[in-house]
Design a protein around this ligand. Structure first.
Ligand code: MOS
Length: 688
């Protein structure tokens, strides 16, 4: 077993579309040039959390000069019946959540569209709603988690083991609702020409978007997503606004329609990470050997569409313990449906598990790194499979050395510098490494270059660039001989940029096509020579557990008088197989770590339970980390040779960067102050 030879892989090839992006010539779904003057869509959104629309008066809106159409459930084109209620846009009178689209205006300008939408009068019959997350209230057992995993798992007898364990640590941790806010909000431009829809979509996967729209409209659909300004999970599956835009465009054949969500609308109709409360129970012997790990999660979901954050999922693979349990219970709310948000499950779940491990270490009087090392499993603790590679201990050791861990006194509240309490903390994490099926790659030699076509999505992670490197190495040529075509359904199908599996999935497919090409034509092809391949299955998928691991280190300073929390230093050490492009990888991992910092200190969506509305729905009120928060953020990796994951030897790095960071910061804040905060974000008041 070997991974492919690397000549370009492992080097920092510059981002291919970088010059287009910085010179403004790269176009996005909301600003792509289209033939003909585009109409602007402005939606009318429900002002109740639950009930029925009883009437819509569109007369004043329709009379406004510049308004071309006002769509309501009464006159919108019919969609093919779908079991995804989020896609049933303007098909009936039911209101599932505040902010749901109940009408839409098409107008010649953005201003007129907005003014007209404000003139639409909607009346409702309001039904009782529940929008406040009460983890102690009524819950139910979901059949499956958002990532497709079962809701519960159990090994041995966790309750008996807890009762018998010499040292027990029990605590509950909470994480809030959080909204992903990629720099580019969702946008759609759509035109119907001759019964076919052409759609430019801010999407993590043009093909998945195409399939969704083609099914809903029973029509031929082309989707183009050449450039996407961040995805983070919210652009994985289509949301209502995209369907609404294509629906509206159908009423004005030949005219393009554009809908670019404003920042506030990003808090209303495109999903979010739901709140969790995580009840942790750890039992250990006095030397720190874990006897039992239990992670019982209660999480919010939407009544009309279930998505349950798999917060206990990664606890199934982190530490050895003979007795173990994970469970997930859900609370159904009348809110927009939650969805995948960067490291869904792992990000909030690592806050519960990794803070609990820190608390257990304190209880045992043990170094938290040594506690983790002591409980390193030989095989996957629940599946029983060996890991294809598992770098957690090396990440911890490497990080401790680099971070100067041993120079700190482990006693809390032991270092006061200029009025700030300083401390250090560690938090670990994992993210699965897998391959999505369903891509096809085509390689054609033409004009002296190899054109490599696959419907991959570059959402800012650098897919174009790294696929060029993969193709170059697989074909044994320079990167300059490769032209990659991605980001559209006009090239062969590609799976989504999601699950941190984009590069693994498309890359494996490109390597397969390149192998076929070389088998057919050798290394001196003729113009027009062509080969293609579908994504090969990983023959090792059933033999090994595969995942990236990380150890995150934080230094935190908490102001002795104000409780203000700052993070002067973050170090993430990653075991993620071969790093294919160090520059791209570093920026992606650092980006994840910054998000973890943001999650630790700032992010929290606040729902007003009277209306079911996220009230801090803009960047003035929903705080994300700014430059002033981000000090020294370093991402490094260990050398990890994994011949089993894929021909490149690479594990995904899109999500593991965020995992463990919030726990590292909370643990460091405890070390700094002696105050244990079990609820995110870590606001000043908690330390006073
Ligand atoms: Mo990711 S949350 O799988 O886009």
């Amino acid at each position: 077993m070997t991974t492919m030879d690397a000549r370009s892989l492992g080097t920092s090839v510059r981002r291919i579309e970088g010059p287009d992006k910085v010179t403004g010539t790269a176009t996005y779904a909301g600003d792509t040039p289209v033939a003909g003057e585009a109409l602007v869509l402005h939606p009318v959104q429900a002002t109740i959390a639950r009930g029925e629309v009883t009437g819509i008066d569109t007369a004043a809106a329709a009379a406004l000069p510049g308004v071309v159409a006002v769509l309501t459930h009464a006159d919108a084109p019919r969609l093919v019946e779908t079991d995804d209620p989020e896609h049933r846009v303007l098909q009936d009178t039911t209101v599932h959540h505040r902010g749901q689209f109940v009408a839409a205006v098409l107008a010649e300008s953005r201003e007129v569209a907005a003014q007209a939408a404000a003139l639409v009068v909607v009346t409702y019959a309001e039904a009782p709603s529940s929008t406040a997350f009460d983890p102690d209230g009524e819950t139910y057992a979901p059949s499956v988690l958002g990532n497709g995993q079962p809701a519960d798992s159990s090994v041995g007898d966790p309750d008996a083991a807890l009762a018998a364990a010499p040292v027990v640590m029990k605590a509950s941790y909470s994480t809030p609702m959080e909204h992903h806010n990629p720099m580019e909000p969702h946008s759609t431009t759509a035109t119907w020409v001759d019964g076919r829809a052409e759609v430019w979509e801010a999407s993590q996967g043009a093909e998945l978007a195409r399939q969704t729209l083609a099914t809903l409209f029973d029509a031929e659909v082309v989707v183009r997503s050449p450039h996407v300004g961040g995805g983070f999970g919210t652009k994985g599956f289509l949301h209502a606004g995209s369907v609404l835009t294509v629906l509206a465009a159908r009423t004005v054949p030949g005219r393009p329609v554009r809908f670019a969500l404003g920042r506030r609308q990003m808090f209303e109709t495109v999903g979010y990470r739901p709140a969790t409360v995580q009840h942790m129970s750890l039992g250990a012997s006095t030397d720190g050997t874990l006897e039992v790990v239990a992670h019982d999660v209660v999480g919010a979901t939407a009544r009309y569409k279930e998505f349950v954050e798999p917060a206990g999922g990664s606890t199934r693979s982190m530490y050895a313990a003979p007795h173990r349990r994970t469970s997930h219970r859900a609370v159904a709310l009348d809110l927009d449906a939650p969805t995948y948000m960067r490291a869904p499950g792992e990000a909030p779940g690592s806050f519960g598990l990794e803070c609990a491990m820190d608390e257990l270490a304190v209880e045992l009087g043990m170094d938290p790194i040594e506690l983790r090392v002591r409980n390193e499993p030989d095989v996957h603790p629940e599946m029983g499979l060996p890991f294809s590679s598992r770098g957690l201990v090396e990440c911890l050791r490497t990080g401790a050395e680099r971070f100067g861990w041993s120079t700190w006194d482990r006693a809390p509240r032991s270092r006061l510098v200029d009025g700030w309490w300083h401390g250090v903390g560690v938090g670990c994490g994992t993210f699965p490494a897998f391959r999505m099926p369903g891509s096809t790659a085509e390689i054609t030699f033409t004009g002296g270059r190899y054109v490599v076509a696959i419907g991959a999505a570059d959402i800012g992670q650098g897919a174009r660039t790294v696929l060029t490197q993969i193709a170059a190495d697989a074909l044994g040529v320079d990167v300059g001989s490769i032209a990659v075509e991605i980001g559209s359904t006009e090239v062969p199908v590609g799976s989504i940029a999601g699950g941190s599996a984009g590069t693994a999935s498309w890359g494996s497919t490109v390597v397969e096509a390149a192998d076929r090409f070389r088998d057919k034509y050798g290394d001196s092809p003729d113009d027009g020579d062509h080969a293609d391949a579908a994504t090969p299955d990983n023959p090792w998928a059933e033999e090994y557990a595969m995942a990236a691991f990380c150890a995150q280190f934080a230094e935190v300073a908490v102001h002795a008088d104000t409780g203000e929390v700052r993070v002067p230093r973050l170090l993430g050490v990653f075991g993620a197989g071969r790093i294919l492009n160090p520059a791209l990888a570093r920026s992606q991992l650092q980006g994840g770590m910054v998000w973890g910092l943001s999650m630790a200190l700032h992010e929290e969506s606040v729902v007003d339970p009277r209306f079911g509305e996220v009230i801090n729905h803009d960047f003035a009120n929903y705080h994300v980390a700014s430059n002033a928060d981000v000090r020294d953020v370093e991402a490094v990796w260990i050398d990890e040779d994994d011949p089993y994951v894929n021909p490149m030897g690479a594990k995904g790095i899109g999500e593991v960067g965020i995992v463990g960071v919030a726990a590292a910061i909370a643990n460091a804040a405890y070390h700094a102050t002696g105050v244990r905060v079990r609820s995110l974000p870590l606001t000043c008041d908690a330390f006073l």
